[in-house]
Write a protein that binds this ligand. Sequence first.
Ligand code: DLL
Length: 433
Amino acid sequence: MIWNEEMECMGSEDLKNIQSERLRQIVDYVYNNCQAYKNKLNACGISPRKIKTICDINKLPFTTKEDLRDAYPFGLFSTASKNITEIHVSSGTTGNPTVVGYTKEDLELWSEVMARVLALSGAEPKDKIQIAYGYGLFTGGLGFHYGSLKMGLTIIPASSGQTKRQLKMMHDFKPRILACTPSYCLYMAEEAREMKLDLKKSSWEIGIFGAEPWSESMRKEIESTWDMLATDVYGLSEIIGPGVAQECQHKKGLHIFSDVFYPEVINPKTAKPVRDGEDGELVITTLTKQGLALLRYRTRDIVSIKYQRCRCGRTSPRISKIRGRTDDMIIIRGINVFPSQIEHVLLGIEGTKPHYQLVVDRKAGELDELEVLVEVEEKIFSDEVKALRNLEEKIRKEIESTLGIFVKVKLVEPRFIERSEGKAKRVIDKRII
Ligand code: DLL
């Protein structure tokens, strides 16, 4: 099922025409409705008349997270407060949170793109969906809620947490679709085993997982544990929340809804476009949003992009699974390390669990040190010391050969690493830089 065939399967010339028309309108709209953007565009000598086609997009300045923080709370909104129907907040680690506002039309757009997400995953009207993303200021719960309403699904608005209750609802109500973070899905598996549930007999057939990076190996782990299809959903509050891109059942990249969210991929250092298929930072322009319209927003997420038509029939460009964030990437002695690379190694080694944490430290006068804490299965943890040492050594060697740097590995007992019902915390950086 294709939710919006006209938009999702359009030929490239028609799509370009629509994008060009929408870009002209949105630049004109922000220029005339948002003082901060007017100043920004004036400072670069750009008047809306200079933007004629989508190819002119590179004349526009970038917008960054700092711009949003500086304009806290509503300074980048392009409409009066009275037109804002809903507000969400994305909490960062430092400073002011990022505030995003939706008009009625924006909520309609959100419902539309989330219905596309659901259709891409394989959901059909009348399926039951268990939404175990947090409801509230986080965009996950309500984003899925609006899309499910639009598509006509039966919604179980479970929100995140209360894991035993989640599992009971799954068992008793038999939803076909599960939406939550991938790490929470694995956490639920641990609880389900303790409750002596037969995981293979769960009612979930399709999972829609996102909000945090997760590797292909983690996908395999989830699919084999629950006997379900695990698909990847991407989004960020600043752009709309979940609903920016989603995998279809072929799982060959995430279809990005480029008729409304125009993607570019740039080299994060030089800000120049990378070649198709090369990794870089994803930059998005919202082509139709009204409350918070953003021009060339630097997401900090690392992806590659390809433009070929997919076997599912859609023509929308596809982004790769998100490799990590430019600011989640840890640089250790000059080498870029993404947590997902370590996750991939760990999941390929028998006896370890996909629960890990990277601790980075720098003692005075010494080089940076990376310690990887890895949970191991109960039976291994109670093994003799020698077996544990051997496993530690094996993990260390494999990580070192993947990353090309020295690491310390510490095996820890099951459940040592704190579980999260939302986004998992993979990196603890103790360096004072
Ligand atoms: O996480 C929106 C969302 C909710 C997406 C539910 C998917 C599902 P924020 O809290 O603003 O919004 O965080 C956005 O999370 O810039 C990425 O770094 C990361 N992220 C989101 N989806 C994925 C994904 C929501 N599928 C930030 N893979 C983004 C990797 C993801 N990282």
